[in-house]
Design a binder for this molecule. Sequence first.
Ligand code: MN
Length: 309
Amino acid sequence: MTTSTMTDRQPTSTTGAVRPELRALDGIYRARGLHWVGDGFRVAGFFSAIPDAVRKLSPFLLLDYRPTYEYAPTDKPRGVGVHPHRGFETVTIAWQGSVAHHDSSGGGGVIGPGDVQWMTAASGILHKEYHEKEYARRGGPFQMAQLWVNLPRAHKMSPPRYQGIVAEQIGVVTLPDDAGSVRVIAGEYLGVKGPAKTFTKVDVFDVRLEEQGKVHFAFPAHHNVGLLVMKGDVVINGTQATLHDFAVFENVGELVVIEAESEAQLLVLSGEPIDEPVVQHGPFVMNTAQEIDQAFTDLQRGKFGHLAD
Ligand code: MN
């Protein structure tokens, strides 16, 4: 039985080339509870629970996930006040609720269910992130994730950029056998390209599976891969995972096979590692301690621009 299941997991090669191998699982990790970011985002931080996360998951530096939560109506939108970033990108993915962003480079916008905000801080911005006014007034369910994506040394001091990606721009792959769907936010899956412009190779997939639905991904073995189970029970390369588990893979094999035992939703991340030193201090992610000092100096000197509270 086990053997036939394993055989079933290997897709047949159409070219006669070497079949991709199942990717080895490094481990399944859980966030250490929820913490507040400002007064608007009570999130589960996953990477702090993963030993050696920067190496295993580069170019991803952080994943904060806010599972569905009902916010009460308020006239004073919750959020995070003005703060800086330098040296990387923040990516906010909204499933429920609505969030507004403004930054000192003039970037800004509102993202709602299905939308993604891909904000490249690069050389430095000040920004604020808030529940959008109307949503805050109504209250209601909120479900979002924020990813931090590192930039290679060559782009850490590039000009900031803002990509407001609306749901309609995000290509959807409908899986065969009514298995579910894959929304391609960044990268490419089965010929569908994601709208996000990235500086290095990054795949960000929002995956929904029906009960008994199955999906295959093949990522180059040297790319790092991790995935978050946002809903349901799944089997990942033969290993059981459940709600709010984060699976990290080794750089052995290519194939990731996910089978849903109940209706499931997953955030699948993959990327080419950036093989450079990472020195992080709060909102700054650079290559050296000296560059971090420089970031503080530049911030004090107003080089990150200005943004009203
Ligand atoms: Mn921020």
